[in-house]
Write a protein that binds this ligand. Structure first.
Ligand SMILES: C[S@@+](CC[C@H](N)C(=O)[O-])C[C@H]1O[C@@H](n2cnc3c(N)ncnc32)[C@H](O)[C@@H]1O
Ligand code: SF4
Ligand code: SF4
Length: 300
């Protein structure tokens, strides 16, 4: 991260904490909900299967920038399926950087060739070892590993959603993140139980065990892009929700925090680590502030 970006983000953090501001800093643009997979835990794929046009995405990016957003995520559906008038997801990343976003990340299922050196992080969903990943995501593990080996940059961060199917594979994914070329880190979420995937939710005890596994692997040198100080809040769902510093834009509609904001009773069961990490940070939690500084400077 550039020093000027770091200073800008630090200044935003200080103002937010001191004046209890609710201005956003992190934005996500959903480029399409079309997807080539139908993962067992996912409730947001292929609802419309529309690929949003380039002009619309550009306008949405500009709107977020004008609101003060400086950390941008592209998400889907499958982001690598996005294309319009000869442009693809890489062109969107380059454009976002030119627009002035300081950190630009792309979330992907990793089943398409990975040529995205301009992104700060490619968050690549890996949901376990071969057996458990494939149980969640269909027979894709080997293709993903081939794409990682052939990637043109080393900015990949595994992104694992932990649920009933893969809860015992946390250590495998940590070890793989540590030992695989082109992979910089791993970041976790707990399953957020939408009404159609409630059965995949973890109990408090299961979440606690996963956090123990993550902590153990951190001690073994695994590069984990999450904050240990937030774990107990994630286990107990005791962090504040929603995150007012995060917004999502999907097809012209702006939501605070996540596109899931309108799903009844979901926020009290939220499993997204970034929500816990950001809300605790902007409440001025000292341990989170120091850990966030250390972690972000290490991986971005
Ligand atoms: C919706 S996908 C879109 C991007 C891309 N298709 C992918 O799979 O990475 C974004 C991330 O959300 C995760 N996810 C989907 N449903 C979830 C849920 N109910 N709870 C937690 N994470 C979830 C996926 O595993 C993935 O890492
Ligand atoms: S690849 Fe991503 S968007 Fe597609 S079904 Fe799986 S989690 Fe959902
Ligand atoms: S806090 Fe609510 S809106 Fe935000 S990600 Fe969690 S479930 Fe979605």
């Amino acid at each position: 991260m550039k020093f000027s970006s770091f200073m800008y983000l630090a200044g935003f953090g200080v103002k937010t904490i001191l004046f209890r501001q609710k201005k956003p800093i992190l934005g996500t643009v959903i480029v399409t909900d079309k997807c080539n997979l139908h993962c067992k835990h996912c409730s947001v794929n292929n609802i419309t299967a529309v690929i949003h046009p380039y002009g619309q995405i550009k306008q949405e990016m500009q709107q977020l920038y004008d609101m003060g957003v400086r950390i941008l995520f592209f998400c889907g559906g499958e982001t690598f399926m996005w294309q319009d008038s000869g442009r693809n997801i890489r062109d969107l990343v380059i454009e976002a950087k030119q627009m002035g976003f300081m950190i630009v990340n792309v979330v992907t299922n990793g089943t398409f060739p990975l040529d995205l050196p301009e992104a700060d992080l490619i968050l690549l969903s890996l949901d376990g070892d071969r057996e458990r990943h494939n149980a969640v995501r269909g027979d894709t593990y080997d293709r993903i590993m081939e794409n990682i080996a052939a990637a043109t940059s080393d900015n990949i961060c595994f992104y694992m959603a932990i649920n009933q199917i893969n809860k015992t594979a946390v250590r495998d994914v940590c070890a793989l993140a540590r030992d695989t070329k082109n992979v910089r880190a791993v970041s976790f979420n707990f399953h957020t139980p939408y009404p159609d995937t409630k059965e995949l939710a973890l109990s408090k005890e299961e979440k606690a065990q996963c956090c123990e596994d993550i902590k153990y692997m951190m001690k073994q040198g695994a590069p984990v892009f999450n904050l240990k100080s937030a774990f107990r809040h994630l286990i107990n769902n005791s962090f504040p929700t929603p995150c007012h510093q995060c917004v999502v834009m999907e097809n012209g509609r702006l939501s605070t925090c996540g596109r899931c904001i309108d799903v009844p009773d979901l926020c009290s069961q939220c499993g997204y680590f970034f929500v816990a990490e950001y809300t605790l940070l902007f409440r001025g939690n000292i341990r989170i502030i120091f850990e966030m500084l250390k972690t972000y400077l290490k991986y971005i």
